[in-house]
Write a protein that binds this ligand. Structure first.
Ligand code: C2E
Ligand code: MG
Ligand code: MG
Ligand code: MG
Length: 291
């Protein structure tokens, strides 16, 4: 499933390389086309509240199906897009689609908190907070239901700027998560400066729960750290009941992984699993009649 489409097709087209990857320039050209042709789709993976076992949100993940090469995984095209400016229209497209989807779910009566991955380049781009605000306003999506996932690495590469952008985003009302937390870039000293809501434990730690090199002390430490900073903590990559039990016993707030559900197209996302039904609220001036 991790293969880049059919090897035969790629052999025919002379696309095979030593490392079995596609040449970056070709990926970039194809990706530009893909964006225009609507080959990019968003899938949604449920996030489960550990105590209640209810689905409380979803992570939006980009999916690319090339007409001939088939499914091309994000690891094969996101880094290529990030090394060019192509990641900017991709991230903007994903954000737009997510806001439209979230607003549509709101109209159906469900408050689904959706997490969106934001690349370093997009996050650091001038005008990113405005882009977010425009997307929200044009789609009618509730800012509180959007969570932007940025990696620790993004936050750490220019701390002052990151803090500034995060503050701007907070004013808009969106939530922020530090994705892939714990994999090498954390400086606890900086962490407390970042106005984020959530720490997302990288899946290498989750995978290490039952491995030879026991990772459980690290997960325990991250959960304690999150609690003492009053942050919410999510574990990604939960695949086994053993991992789930450990995370529940250690009071990890939310979990995400193949054990509970893989990323699926929005039409397959089980809305009925949600607890957070839209509550009747006092009408807000600019939203009357929309919800
Ligand atoms: P991420 O943000 O850390 O996303 C989590 C990845 O773990 C996803 O891979 C997801 O499908 C996978 N995953 C979820 N549960 C499990 C599990 O139980 N076991 C295992 N082994 N994996 C699990 P995916 O979709 O291949 O995405 C990979 C990375 O590509 C993402 O990592 C994110 O950094 C990036 N990415 C995906 N979509 C977007 C996007 O729209 N924009 C940007 N900028 N980056 C994206
Ligand atoms: Mg993520
Ligand atoms: Mg992650
Ligand atoms: Mg990860």
């Amino acid at each position: 499933a991790k293969r880049l489409g059919s090897n035969q097709v790629r052999r025919d087209r002379g696309l095979m390389e030593k490392d079995d990857g596609l040449p970056p320039l070709l990926v970039e050209t194809m990706l530009r086309q893909a964006l225009q042709n609507g080959e990019l789709e968003i899938h949604y993976q449920p996030k489960i509240h550990t105590r209640s076992m209810q689905v409380v949100g979803a992570e939006a993940l980009c999916r690319w199906t090339h007409p001939e090469l088939g499914h091309i995984p994000p690891q094969a095209f996101i880094p290529v897009a990030e090394s060019s400016d192509l990641i900017l229209p991709i991230d903007a497209y994903v954000l737009r689609k997510v806001c439209e989807q979230g607003a549509s779910w709101m109209k159906q009566g469900y408050r689904v908190r959706i997490s969106v991955n934001v690349s370093s380049r997009q996050f650091m781009q001038d005008g990113f907070p405005q882009l977010v605000q425009t997307c929200l306003a044009e789609t009618g999506m509730d800012p509180q239901l959007i969570e932007l996932e940025i990696t620790e690495r993004t936050a750490m590469c220019d701390v002052d700027r990151a803090v500034h952008v995060l503050q701007e985003l907070r004013k808009i009302g969106v939530r922020i998560a530090l994705d892939d937390f714990g994999v090498g870039y954390s400086s606890l000293n900086y962490l407390i400066q970042f106005p984020v809501h959530t720490l997302k434990i990288d899946r290498t730690f989750t995978a290490g729960i039952q491995s030879a090199v026991n990772q459980t002390p690290i997960i325990g430490a991250i959960i304690s750290l999150a609690k003492s900073l009053n942050l919410s903590v999510v574990a990604e990559g939960v695949e086994t009941f053993q991992q789930f039990d450990f995370l529940r016993e250690n009071r990890c707030d939310e979990i995400q992984g193949f054990l509970f559900g893989a990323p699926v197209p929005p039409s397959s996302f089980q809305l009925s699993a949600f607890v957070a039904k839209l509550q009747p609220r006092a009408p807000q001036p600019d939203r009357v009649g929309e919800i």
